[in-house]
Design a protein around this ligand. Structure first.
Ligand SMILES: Nc1nc2c(ncn2[C@@H]2O[C@H](COP(=O)(O)OP(=O)(O)OP(=O)(O)O)[C@@H](O)[C@H]2O)c(=O)[nH]1
Ligand SMILES: [Mg+2]
Length: 343
């Protein structure tokens, strides 16, 4: 029996088709339901998800852009998205906000705090906000989030914003699923600037210094100069973006129009140059590879034969007269001769 074949179940098939139809009409309840389904780890949901994704992939596509936003905790990402999001809707955009919080698996959902912070935005009828539970495997989250992005786009959202806190690997994952990557930073300068991870600075296509208000304005300008100097020393960006720095106050709603225009210009350039579409293909490949590697590791770790082989080889090692590389050689020989994979 080919376990990859499409299972046909008339009842849920028509349910999924209805869900896809409602979703395509921009129904937010249907979109929420679809996302919950895609995020489900239940075995019995797998075929439904595949059918849903296939159905929506056949829908006509609107031009949508994916924007990643990162920055240290408290820099004002959510406040920025709140202000910028309203601005986008005033310019006839439909905005979806996805938030990935790598810390929420431990705290049991600190992201809900974000949802309340984006309270007003969430009441805007042209906005959809959804926190993404990150769980333990960020690689898997990236794959799921890609699918969630596709659902949002199928529902007619044309500006997809992915917020992530600048902790651990999450920014790298978000950069791998968005078209444009924005770093929000504080009006800090000098030593404090060192706190920004170099890799993150290099990934950014646009750097926005938030909280440039009140007593912070002059500090923000100094920080801007320093960041600009740092940018000068960085290699040219592969995607052709010339990295700009901007000042804004998400709280006081200043500098948001400039940010909006800069973002639109960058996206337009990426689209025109063809980089955007080739990058999306590359992202898909990267995400798939990561998923395969992650799941393969999970698979062998949970596999009994692997466990007994491991303990056998390990015993050899402990008993002496051999070396880790010798035992590795035996292990690889065993793997090579496994005939379990039958395509
Ligand atoms: N003065 C000033 N305060 C701001 C500005 N933007 C945000 N804040 C404040 O900074 C605090 C943190 O803002 P958030 O938007 O929650 O920051 P965040 O980056 O989303 O935080 P996490 O999601 O926890 O990483 C809040 O108290 C905001 O009111 C701004 O432009 N100026
Ligand atoms: Mg936030």
């Amino acid at each position: 029996v080919n376990s990859f074949s499409q299972k046909y179940n008339p009842e849920w098939n028509s349910n999924i088709e209805l869900l896809a139809k409602n979703l395509a009409e921009g129904n937010k309840t249907a979109l929420s339901k679809a996302i919950t389904l895609v995020e489900s780890n239940k075995k019995e949901d797998f075929e439904k998800v595949q059918l849903l994704l296939k159905t929506i992939s056949e829908l006509p596509k609107k031009n949508a852009y994916r924007i990643g936003i990162t920055g240290t905790p408290g820099v004002g990402k959510s406040t920025f998205i709140e202000t910028y999001g309203h601005f986008l809707t005033q310019n006839n955009h439909q905005v979806a906000v996805l938030a990935i919080d790598p810390t929420s698996s431990k705290s049991g959902g600190s992201i809900m705090g974000d949802k309340t912070r984006m309270n007003e935005l969430s009441r805007n009828e042209n906005v959809f906000i959804r926190p993404t539970p990150s769980g333990s495997d960020l690689g898997g989250v990236a794959a799921r989030t890609m699918e969630v992005i596709q659902l949002c786009e199928a529902a007619g959202f044309d500006r997809i914003i992915v917020e992530t806190v600048g902790v651990g690997q999450s920014e790298y994952r978000v950069a791998e699923m968005t078209d444009l990557f924005i770093l929000l930073t504080l009006p800090n300068s000098g030593d404090e600037l060192q706190g920004i991870k170099r890799g993150i600075m290099e990934m950014a296509d646009l750097i926005i210094i938030n909280k440039a208000d009140g007593d912070n304005i002059s500090k923000a300008k100094i920080a801007q100069k320093q960041i600009e100097n740092a940018i000068q020393l960085m290699p040219e960006k592969e995607n052709g973006c010339i990295v700009k720095t901007l000042l804004c106050s998400a709280l006081e709603n200043s500098g948001i129009q400039e940010a909006y225009l800069a973002i639109e210009e960058l996206l337009e350039n990426l689209n025109q140059s063809g980089y955007l579409s080739s990058n999306r293909n590359l992202q898909l490949t990267q995400s798939f590879k990561r998923l395969i590697e992650e799941k393969t590791l999970d698979y062998i770790r949970q596999n009994e034969n692997y466990q007994s082989l491991l303990s056998l080889l390990n015993n050899n090692l402990i008993n002496g007269g051999t070396s880790p590389y010798r035992e590795l050689q035996k292990y690889l020989y065993k793997i090579e001769n496994l005939k379990t994979f039958d395509f």
